[in-house]
Design a protein around this ligand. Structure first.
Ligand SMILES: Cc1cc2nc3c(=O)[nH]c(=O)nc-3n(C[C@H](O)[C@H](O)[C@H](O)COP(=O)(O)OP(=O)(O)OC[C@H]3O[C@@H](n4cnc5c(N)ncnc54)[C@H](O)[C@@H]3O)c2cc1C
Length: 372
């Protein structure tokens, strides 16, 4: 896997399925200068079995599950919506699976604030994997773990980016009856390396240890356009557009190369559910637009249809048409910023504090204004 003839960074989404499936342990991940993970094969250990190629979501594209039903929804319970990024579809699905003693997988923070997928077996653990983190999450060892859970007869809910979801489908090779696969509408994932440096930068600036970071805080009822973070037991909050990391992401500077030619920017997916923000809800159902977020839900399979029927009673929902929901990321990939190359060169060559000042950190250099 990796650097054969014609190999380009655009052809690797960093899902880590190739590493997880390799029976010879011949693949390891390394971080490139932009801060993204890529696989590298130890040719001495590789037996040429080809399993790594068979689980690559970019080489084995999804044909789609055949069905697409479109819904807008919001959880009736405001606490559920508050603690999630959109309308709360993920926490409702997750609670249903936990009720049946199942296991839920999603992206949370590790001890150094790195973003990684992990399991939740109860509502306490679920809190840690709610909410959007705009950083690429690591799935090291997660595919095998999910395979084991399914073999033991547990129901498993997995939620992740469409490339991660497709990789899991391929990894399981059809032995996935107990799996509920949820993929996200995805703008692209930001560099874990830049994120790690940013966390250290904020810790130095605010003199403490970062405990949490919310990219989509809804306390201002602004559809999550506020971000907040905890340093030790102090909370800092600022408008999302003033947070430098979020600005680098939204300006399309720090996104993974493969995201700029993503094959999953369409409604056809091999997942059970696709979920995202309901962009443009103010035109489709103005009454739903209360600043607390709404979910777009695409139901792809019979399994998903059954589950959605059970969940509906806990939601306010409406059915809609494909043309109501076609936001940009269901049609085309995010375009890279014109100066992405220059930006990355600066990141690779400059000390981080200098780099962040250069790209706009001076604003954050002053103490973040409390907006809550
Ligand atoms: C990187 C990224 C880009 C996105 N871009 C868009 C977009 O352009 N348009 C749109 O409509 N929606 C986008 N979303 C989806 C949206 O932000 C919400 O995550 C989604 O609607 C689910 O919200 P919720 O209220 O149902 O539950 P939430 O509780 O907010 O659930 C979020 C779910 O996403 C998972 N997750 C969080 N961060 C990551 C990550 N880095 N990698 C993989 N999984 C993660 C969590 O584990 C959880 O399962 C994006 C999400 C991510 C992570």
């Amino acid at each position: 896997m990796g650097k054969g003839k014609g190999w380009e960074k655009e052809n690797c989404c960093g899902c880590q399925a190739c590493k997880d499936i390799c029976p010879a342990g011949a693949i390891h991940m390394y971080m490139d200068g932009e801060g993204f993970l890529y696989p590298e094969t130890d040719e001495g250990k590789c037996t040429g079995c080809g399993l790594c190629e068979s689980v690559c979501p970019l080489k084995n594209n999804s044909r789609g599950s055949g069905q697409e039903l479109y819904f807008g929804m919001q959880a009736k319970d405001d606490r559920t919506r508050y603690s999630s990024s959109s309308g709360g579809m993920f926490p409702l699905l997750a609670s249903e699976v936990l009720k049946k003693q199942g296991v839920v997988y999603g992206a949370g923070y590790g001890s150094r604030m790195e973003v990684l997928h992990k399991s939740a077996r109860n509502s306490g653990q679920l809190e840690g994997i709610k909410r959007t983190k705009y950083v690429q999450s690591s799935l090291d060892g997660i595919y095998r773990e999910i395979q084991r859970e399914l073999e033991q007869g547990h129901q498993v809910l997995f939620c992740g980016t469409p490339c991660q979801a497709q990789a899991l489908r391929l990894f399981l090779g059809g032995k996935d009856e107990g799996l509920i696969l949820v993929d996200l509408i995805c703008y692209g994932v930001a560099s874990p390396g830049i994120w790690g440096d940013y966390v250290k930068y904020l810790e130095r600036r605010y003199k403490g240890k970062m405990k949490n970071f919310s990219f989509r805080d809804k306390r201002n009822r602004d559809n999550g356009h506020t971000c907040s973070f905890m340093i030790d037991d102090r909370e800092e909050a600022l408008p999302l557009y003033q947070d430098v990391f979020s600005r680098m992401y939204a300006g399309n500077y720090s996104i993974r190369p493969s995201c700029h030619c993503c094959r999953f920017c369409k409604t056809e997916r091999s997942s059970d559910f696709t979920i995202g923000d309901f962009w443009g809800i103010e035109k489709v159902r103005p009454g739903f637009d209360d600043g607390m977020g709404n979910s777009l839900v695409i139901v792809h399979t019979k399994k998903a249809e059954e589950l959605w029927k059970e969940l509906k009673k806990e939601t306010r929902w409406f059915a809609c048409q494909k043309e109501d929901v076609l936001q940009p990321r269901l049609q085309t990939p995010t375009m890279a910023a014109k100066r992405r190359g220059l930006f990355m060169k600066a990141y690779e060559r400059l000390p981080f504090s200098l780099f962040i000042n250069l790209v706009g950190g001076w604003k954050q250099g002053r103490r973040a204004k409390k907006v809550l």
